[in-house]
Design a protein around this ligand. Structure first.
Ligand code: NAP
Length: 288
C-alpha cells in the first residue's frame, strides 16, 4: 500500500511489544480489504500509559490495542467503557469516538469465536480453568456467560482463585465458579472435563513445563485448550493428547481478538474466508 495524507493509523501499546504478531493481523486485513490503514507497535514506558492514550487521540489515531501490563491501568484514561470490558476489568481495544477513546475487551469474544470455529462447546460443560490472571478472568466470564455447568478455577495462589471466582459469580448472578488451590487438583471429581490452560507456564522459552504433570489429571480431560501459542504444541497439549484428549493452542484466539478489534475500528464484519487467509499468514510467521 502507499502511505499518503489519508492513511489512518492504529497500533498496539504495551511493554514489551517487540515480539507482537498483531501487525500481521491488521496490516493483512487492511491489504485484503484495500483499506488505507497501517498498524504499528508502540513501546510505552511504565507510568506513561495515560499520556500515550491522550497523545494517540491528539494524533488522530483510529484505534489502539492494549497489551500487558496496561489492560487495567488504561481504563482510567478512557471516556467510556463497554459493559463487558467493565465487568471483566480489562480493556484490550480502544476505539476512537468523539472526544476520546471507548474501551472494549475483545479477548473474551475472541476466545469464544476461536473455540466455536474448532467446534468446542462451553454450554453445559464441566470446565477446569487453570490460572486466575488477566486472561483467566476473561475466560471465567466467558464460561459463566455461556452457561458452563460448572467451572473449577485452579490457581497457585488460592486467594486469587477465590477473588476471581467470587467476582464472576457475583457479577453474572450465577453460582458456577468453584475456586481451588492448584495443588488440590487430585480432589477434582471423577468426570471428564473441558480444560482451559490460562497460566503462563509452558510459554516460550520455558517450553518443557506444564502447570500439572500428573497423568491421572490428564485422563480427566477430553479437550484441552491452551491460551499459549508459542510454542504451538505446548507441554500441556502434549500431556492431554497422550491421554487421548484433543488439544488446541491459542493462536486462533489471538487471531479473533484482533479481527474483532479491526471490526470495531472500521465498523464492518470480517468474513470467515478472510479470517482463514489471515490465519494462514500468522501460521507462516509462527513456522507452523
Ligand atoms: P498473568 O496475569 O501474569 O497471570 C499468570 C497466571 O499464571 C496466574 O494465574 C499465575 O498464578 C500463573 N502462574 C505463573 N507462574 C506459575 C507457576 N510457576 N506455577 C503455577 N502457576 C503459575 O498472565 P495473563 O495475561 O493472564 O496470561 C496468561 C497466559 O495466557 C500467557 O501465557 C499469555 O501468553 C496467554 N494469553 C494468550 C492470549 C491469546 O490471544 N492467545 C491472550 C492473552 C493471554 P498466581 O496467581 O499464583 O501467580
Amino acid at each position: 500500500m502507499t502511505i499518503d495524507g489519508y492513511t489512518r493509523t492504529c497500533g498496539l501499546i504495551g511493554n514489551p511489544v517487540e515480539h507482537t504478531l498483531s501487525p500481521f493481523i491488521h496490516n493483512t486485513l487492511a491489504k485484503l480489504l484495500s483499506h488505507n490503514l497501517v498498524y504499528v507497535p508502540f513501546h510505552v514506558e511504565e507510568g506513561q500509559v495515560l499520556s500515550a492514550v491522550q497523545g494517540a487521540y491528539a494524533l488522530n489515531l483510529l484505534g489502539l490495542n492494549v497489551t500487558v501490563p496496561y489492560k487495567s491501568q488504561v481504563m482510567e484514561g478512557l471516556i467510556e467503557i463497554d459493559e463487558l470490558a467493565e465487568k471483566i476489568g480489562a480493556v484490550n481495544t480502544l476505539v476512537r469516538v468523539e472526544s476520546g477513546f471507548k474501551g472494549y475487551n475483545t479477548d473474551m469474544p475472541g476466545l469464544y469465536r476461536a473455540m466455536s470455529s474448532e467446534g468446542i462447546q462451553i454450554e453445559g460443560q464441566e470446565v477446569i480453568l487453570l490460572g486466575a490472571g488477566g486472561a483467566a478472568r476473561a475466560v471465567a466470564f466467558l464460561c459463566a456467560s455461556k452457561n458452563a455447568a460448572r467451572v473449577y478455577l485452579l490457581n497457585r495462589s488460592i486467594e486469587k482463585a477465590r477473588e476471581v471466582a467470587g467476582e464472576v459469580n457475583e457479577k453474572t448472578g450465577k453460582d458456577v465458579m468453584y475456586p481451588m488451590a492448584l495443588s488440590d487438583y487430585h480432589c477434582l471429581p471423577n468426570q471428564r472435563f473441558l480444560a482451559i490452560q490460562a497460566t503462563s507456564v509452558g510459554l516460550y522459552p520455558d517450553t518443557e513445563q506444564a502447570v500439572i504433570e500428573d497423568e491421572a489429571f490428564y485422563r480427566k480431560i477430553h479437550t484441552g485448550y491452551d491460551l499459549i501459542y508459542k510454542p504451538s504444541n505446548t507441554r500441556f497439549m502434549q500431556l492431554v493428547q497422550k491421554q487421548g484428549g484433543k488439544a488446541y493452542h491459542g493462536l486462533k484466539m489471538l487471531l479473533y481478538q484482533g479481527i474483532i478489534a479491526y471490526e470495531l475500528w472500521n465498523e464492518l464484519a470480517v468474513s470467515e474466508e478472510m479470517a482463514s487467509e489471515v490465519y494462514e499468514v500468522l501460521k507462516k510467521k509462527m513456522g507452523m
